[in-house]
Design a protein around this ligand. Structure first.
Ligand code: NAP
Ligand code: HSE
Length: 431
C-alpha cells in the first residue's frame, strides 16, 4: 500500500484525542478496510503548550491556513465545536478541494446547505456522522440503508449529557449542579453546557435528522426546544409513583399537517424501550413505511464513541481518494414541506401546581381546564407545602395550544398559588 491519505485535524480536545487514539491504535485494520494508510499530518489547537492526554507525531499548530491549505492534506476533520471559526474553516477547506469530516451539529444544523453547496461545487465529500448520536450510526443508515422508505417519525434521546443527568437524578437522587459537573468531567457536555441542559443541542440534532428523514430543510428555528432546567425532584418522585420516568426527547414527525420537530422533557412509561436508556446512552427510533420500526442504540457522547464515527467518515473519504471514486450523497433536501408548529401537536400532560387547601378548589381547577377543552384523566393530592396543597393533574390527550390556554387560566385562578411544572406524557394510549 504506497498511498498514504493525510488528514488535518482542527481540534485536539475530547473528540480530537479520541480520533488520534483510534487512528493510531487501529492503524493496520483501518488501512486494510479503507484500502489506504491514513496518517494525521497536522492538528490545529488554541494552545500548543497545553498538556495533552495523548502524545502524537503530528505537528501542532495555531495557524488554520497551514492545515487547510497544505497540499499534502486530503481530508480536514473539524473538531473545534461552535459556529465560528468552524464554519469558515470548513468552507475554506471545501473550497481548497479537501474532503471535510465534522462532528459539529451547531454548524450542520444552521449552515448545512451552504456547506453542501461548496462540497458539490468542489466535487468533494462532507461527512457528519458524529454530529448526531455520538458513536451510533444514524446519518448513514438514514441516507443509505433506509433510503427506500417514506419515514413518518424519528424519535429518541439524542443528548448524552441530559440523559446522564436525568438518570443520576432519578436513580441516585443527585442534584442538578453536581451531576452536570460530573457530565462535564466525563467529556459529555458541550463547551457551553447550557446548550445541553437547555435543549438546544438536541434541537440541532433533530433538525439534522428531520431534514434527512423527510427530505426537506428543517431549520433550527423550526424546532421548538425546551430543556431540563425546570424539572424538580418532586416531578421525578411523582413520575416514579405514576410508573413513569422523565427523559429529554427529540421528536420529528411528518403528518398530513406537515413536518414538526420538537425537543422537550417527557414522562414515558417504565415499560417503554426508551425508559431503559441509561447513563450517557442515546437511542433513536425510526418509523418507515417499508422497514416498520427500527431502533438505534449506543453511546451518544464521549471521546472514543464519537471518534468511532469520525474515523469511519475519514475512512469513507480516504476510500474515495484511494480508489479515485466518488460515493458522495450530499444534500438530500429535495422538497419544501410545511412546518407544523408545536401548538398543533397533541399529547396527555402532567401538571403540578400549588393551590389553597380548602373546599371547592378541585372544582375550580377542573372547571378552569375544562373550559379550554382539557379533560382530566387523574388528579392526585398528596403533599402539603406550608399551608398549600400540591396537586398533580394528568390530562387526556389534548392539543398543545388548548393546554397552554388551560395553564394560563389555571395560573389566573385566585385559589392557585403557582403552576410549578408542565410535562408531556409520551408513549401511552390515553385518549
Ligand atoms: P473540546 O474538548 O472543547 O475540544 C475543542 C478543541 O478545539 C481543543 O483542542 C481546542 O484547542 C480546539 N479549538 C477550539 N477553538 C479553537 C480555535 N478558535 N482555534 C484553534 N483551536 C481551537 O471539544 P470536543 O468535546 O472535542 O467537541 C468537538 C466537537 O465535537 C464539537 O462540535 C462537539 O459538539 C462535537 N461532539 C462532541 C462530543 C463529545 O462527546 N464531546 C460528541 C459528539 C460531537 P485547545 O486544546 O488548545 O484548547
Ligand atoms: N454534548 C453532547 C451530548 C455531545 O451530551 O450529547 C454529543 O453530541
Amino acid at each position: 500500500m504506497d498511498k498514504v491519505v493525510r488528514v488535518g485535524l482542527l481540534g485536539f480536545g475530547t473528540v480530537g484525542t479520541g480520533v488520534v487514539r483510534v487512528l493510531t491504535e487501529n492503524a493496520s485494520l483501518i488501512a486494510q478496510r479503507a484500502g489506504t494508510a491514513i496518517a494525521i499530518k497536522k492538528i490545529l489547537v488554541r494552545d500548543p503548550n497545553k498538556k495533552r492526554a495523548l502524545s502524537t507525531t503530528a505537528e501542532l499548530t495555531t495557524d488554520p491556513a497551514s492545515v487547510i491549505r497544505d497540499p499534502e492534506i486530503d481530508i480536514v476533520a473539524e473538531l473545534l465545536g461552535g459556529e465560528e471559526p468552524a464554519r469558515t474553516l470548513m468552507l475554506e477547506a471545501l473550497n481548497q478541494g479537501k474532503h471535510v469530516v465534522t462532528a459539529n451539529k451547531d454548524v450542520m444544523a444552521k449552515y448545512g446547505r451552504e456547506l453542501f453547496e461548496a462540497a458539490e461545487k468542489n466535487n468533494v465529500n462532507l461527512l457528519f456522522e458524529a454530529s448526531v448520536g455520538g458513536g451510533i450510526p444514524i446519518i448513514r443508515p438514514l441516507k443509505r440503508c433506509l433510503a427506500a422508505n417514506r419515514i413518518s417519525e424519528v424519535m429518541g434521546i439524542v443528548n448524552g449529557t441530559t440523559n446522564y443527568m436525568l438518570d443520576k437524578m432519578t436513580s441516585e437522587g443527585m442534584d442538578f449542579a453536581t451531576v452536570l459537573a460530573e457530565a462535564q468531567a466525563k467529556g459529555y457536555a458541550e463547551a457551553d453546557p447550557t446548550a445541553d441542559v437547555g435543549g438546544l443541542d438536541a434541537a440541532r440534532k433533530i433538525a439534522i435528522l428531520a431534514s434527512i428523514a423527510f427530505g426537506t430543510r428543517v431549520r433550527l428555528d423550526d424546532v421548538s426546544a425546551e430543556g431540563i432546567t425546570k424539572i424538580e425532584p418532586e416531578d421525578i418522585d411523582y413520575g416514579r409513583e405514576l410508573g413513569y420516568v422523565i427523559k429529554l426527547l427529540a421528536i420529528a414527525q411528518e403528518t398530513d399537517k406537515g413536518v414538526n420537530a420538537r425537543v422537550h422533557p417527557a414522562f414515558i412509561p417504565l415499560t417503554h424501550p426508551l425508559a431503559a436508556v441509561r447513563d450517557a446512552f442515546n437511542a433513536i427510533f425510526i418509523r418507515g413505511d417499508a422497514v416498520g420500526d427500527a431502533m438505534f442504540y449506543g453511546r451518544g457522547a464521549g471521546s472514543l464513541p464519537t471518534a468511532s464515527a469520525v474515523c469511519a467518515d475519514i475512512m469513507e473519504a480516504a476510500r474515495d481518494i484511494a480508489h479515485h471514486s466518488s460515493s458522495h450523497i450530499l444534500c438530500t433536501c429535495f422538497e419544501e414541506k410545511r412546518i407544523s408548529p408545536i401548538s398543533e401537536t397533541e399529547s396527555p400532560y402532567y401538571i403540578r401546581l400549588l393551590a389553597e387547601d380548602k373546599p371547592g378548589v378541585m372544582a375550580a381547577i377542573a372547571g378552569a381546564v375544562g373550559a379550554q377543552q382539557v379533560s382530566l384523566n387523574s388528579v392526585i393530592q398528596k403533599r402539603r407545602v406550608g399551608t398549600r396543597a400540591e396537586i398533580v393533574l394528568i390530562t387526556y390527550k389534548v392539543k398543545d395550544e388548548d393546554l397552554q390556554l388551560a395553564v394560563q387560566t389555571l395560573s389566573g385562578l385566585s385559589v392557585v398559588n403557582k403552576v410549578s411544572t408542565v410535562i408531556r406524557v409520551v408513549g401511552v394510549d390515553a385518549e
